[in-house]
Ligand binder design. Structure first.
Ligand code: ZN
Ligand code: ZN
Length: 387
């Protein structure tokens, strides 16, 4: 396991935090990283446990004092949090800290549901928001920070999200007695069957708002334009999806927000083609430059670079600019730029040019004499990409 993070940092609180604020901070983290809410994020459970462990220590005056004095070193062994090397198990968390999410909490049922067995109730979760984000090659290669504007449903602050004026007038739906469903016995050829459908009175919510909030008209949420800061890591590729937890829509009348999902689109670069973590540039030179040698500028992700063509450079030669490619996603490596040399043959000639070339046509040095070291184009490509 990696180095342990500071418990205060984990919960985003400072040393003088009150018990109430500590509880609130833990609740926030636990909701954010609850594994049920993050089925696609394998790190969520780790973070969830990390938060539980931090709360366990900071919420206990003795453990907190020891931690404040000695840090993580003071928590080791039997005197520590009382967990194995892997920290608390999910069961530990639910049995020991379940009280944080008591009945007064809108998330009580959500967490009780996590204890396995019994009926599994979950807090309602709003929809995810999905946006496309175009990135150019520089942004893909080096990573980028962006601020994007999204219109999302957020909790109405006037009514606190329950949709009623003064936050009081929410009643259990009498049509369905709060279950959100209506049942009807129907006669079919196979006998009587019970058909269940969403309650039309409350639309399946089980509750009715009788005196609606003036701001959200009873919906408990309002549409708002948010500016969301994004940190795009280097090395992403077309189609990769990044998610920002809790920045999607909140559902009507209470619940947790869905996620903001960002789907990466790569803009085509006019010069450089991407090939995995490498970029490829097609360089065209005339055969005089190829024969005599020259120095040319080539575009790279980080701006221009000057490269030298040795005298006698063959068409199809590939020059490697080390480390001028794309950073590895979640890694430390970086690809290269491969400059692919194409010797350009003139397509039209003036009579003067033609005469000059005629003189060279039969010159001994102009007769092709490829040697064994000069591999064909496909062999070279193979060497570069698989060698
Ligand atoms: Zn409202
Ligand atoms: Zn109903």
């Amino acid at each position: 396991m990696a180095t342990k993070r500071d418990y205060y940092e984990v919960l985003g609180v400072d040393k003088g935090v009150s018990a109430d604020d500590l509880k609130k901070a833990y609740r926030k983290m636990a909701i954010k990283y609850h594994p049920d809410k993050n089925p696609d994020d394998p790190t969520a459970e780790e973070k969830f446990k990390e938060a539980a462990e931090a709360y366990d220590v900071l919420n206990d005056p003795q453990k907190k004092a020891r931690y404040d004095q000695f840090g993580h070193a003071g928590m080791g062994g039997a005197a520590g949090g009382g967990y194995g090397a892997g920290g608390p198990s999910m069961d530990d968390i639910f049995s020991q800290f379940g009280d944080v999410f008591g009945d007064d909490s809108p998330f009580g049922s959500f967490f009780r549901g996590g204890q396995g067995g019994g009926q599994r109730q979950r807090v309602r979760r709003g929809s995810d928001l999905r946006i496309k984000l175009k990135l150019n090659l520089q942004e893909v290669a080096n990573g980028v920070e962006k601020k994007i504007k999204v219109k999302r449903h957020v909790t109405c602050t006037t009514c606190g999200g329950n949709g009623s004026k003064n936050g009081t007038a929410v009643q259990t739906c009498s049509t369905c007695s709060g279950t959100g469903q209506t049942r009807k016995v129907v006669n079919t050829m196979l006998g009587q069957m019970v058909s269940t459908s969403t309650c039309p009175t409350c639309n399946g919510e089980g509750k009715l708002v009788t005196d609606r909030c003036d701001v959200c008209f009873g919906e408990g949420r309002v549409l708002q334009e948010d500016v969301i800061p994004l940190k795009i890591p280097a090395g992403v590729a077309e189609g990769i999806q990044l998610s920002v937890g809790g920045k999607g829509n909140v559902p009507p009348r209470g619940g947790v927000a869905g996620d903001l999902l960002i789907v990466v689109e790569e803009e085509e670069d006019p010069d450089l083609k991407r090939d995995g973590n490498n970029v490829v540039f097609d360089l065209y030179v005339n055969f005089v430059d190829a024969a005599i040698g020259t120095s040319v500028e080539v575009p790279t992700i980080d701006g221009k670079a000057r490269i030298t063509l040795e005298p006698g450079t063959q068409s199809g030669r590939i020059l490697r600019l080390k480390g001028k490619g794309i950073k590895e996603l979640n890694g430390y490596g970086r690809g290269d730029e491969l400059v692919h040399v194409n010797v350009w043959t003139p397509k039209s000639l003036s009579s003067e040019e033609r005469n000059m070339l005629e003189k060279l046509r039969n010159s001994p040095n102009f007769q092709p004499k490829p040697n064994k070291n000069e591999k064909g184009f496909f062999d070279k490509m193979k060497d570069f990409f698989h060698g």
